[in-house]
Design a protein around this ligand. Structure first.
Ligand SMILES: Nc1ncnc2c1ncn2[C@@H]1O[C@H](COP(=O)(O)OP(=O)(O)OP(=O)(O)O)[C@@H](O)[C@H]1O
Ligand SMILES: [Mg+2]
Length: 199
């Protein structure tokens, strides 16, 4: 049986449609919700702006995570590149010395919520529900595959914000920025023990 692994595509400047809503600032990345033109249709997508000096391997991690997830049959949304106009870089709240547009990494929205207005989908699971979510994950083959993926790729960041539960796709993995021990990995950290211990 042949498996096809999709590579990220570059939407360039013309694939960007508009800014929709702020999502989160700080941590590793500044994330915002946007509309992009992808595969001949306008789609909702999450765009991540990384400080490349502080997080030199973050984008590489996002891409590698996407490729490995497909190889391991872990549902994950397509990763792509797109050029964000300077005005929307500012609107996202991303702090940068750079003036002008930025080429960023993005993912299509992982679930198909009924959108009644603008904005991000409701968060269904609170951090306090993590224990319940863990036992639900362990009880399902898809959840166990996701845990194997995290273990194999040294991902210590499988928090409730990085799992999307979808009726159609089951458990969907998002945010691969911290695989391989994190976005500043080196051959020394990769040689160290991978067992990061997801709690
Ligand atoms: N493809 C996606 N589909 C649905 N929701 C998403 C998607 N990407 C991001 N989100 C939402 O945006 C939030 C932030 O995105 P993400 O987890 O990728 O970034 P982050 O945690 O801020 O970044 P990092 O952990 O790399 O610092 C997620 O918790 C989730 O609610
Ligand atoms: Mg995250």
């Amino acid at each position: 049986m042949t498996k096809t692994i999709e590579l990220p595509i570059d939407l360039g400047a013309t694939g960007y449609v508009r800014f929709v809503d702020k999502v989160s600032e700080g941590g590793l990345a500044t994330t915002f919700l946007a509309s992009v033109y992808y595969g001949g249709a306008v789609r909702r997508a999450y765009i991540k702006l990384y400080d490349h000096l502080a997080q030199p391997k973050a984008v590489l991690n996002e891409v590698l995570g996407y490729l490995y997830a497909q190889a391991m049959d872990v549902p994950t949304p397509p990763v792509f590149f797109v050029e964000i106009p300077a005005s929307d870089v500012v609107a996202s709240g991303f702090r940068t010395a750079q003036v002008g547009s930025i080429r960023a990494v993005g993912t299509l929205e992982a679930h198909e919520p009924k959108i009644v207005g603008e904005g991000t989908a409701k968060t269904l699971y609170l951090p306090s529900a993590l224990a319940q979510i863990k036992s639900r994950l362990l009880a399902s083959p898809a959840g166990r595959t996701l845990m194997s993926f995290d273990e194999a790729l040294g991902n210590d960041d499988r928090n409730t914000g990085n799992i999307v539960f979808s009726r159609k796709h089951g458990v969907v993995a998002i945010d691969h920025g911290r695989i391989l021990t994190g976005p500043t990995w080196s051959r020394f950290t990769l040689n160290a023990c991978f067992d990061q211990g997801n709690k």
